[in-house]
Write a new protein. Structure first.
Length: 57
């Protein structure tokens, strides 16, 4: 299952953990995806798109 919003296309971004000695460890920052039914179809949608969808209606 992909970690990409089906509405806006946003996906995971690369981030960095920094230790006290400033050593970098790479990590993924995933978006908050929810499974919702929209117009009778199951969609993986991010919460920011979900908020704007209900603001428009």
């Amino acid at each position: 299952m992909s970690k990409v919003c089906e509405i806006c296309g946003r996906g995971p971004k690369m981030g960095a953990n920094r230790s006290h000695s400033n050593i970098q460890n790479k990590k993924w920052r995933h978006i908050n995806l929810q499974n919702k039914k929209i117009d009778g179809k199951r969609v993986r949608i991010c919460t920011s798109c979900l908020k704007t969808k209900y603001k428009i209606k």
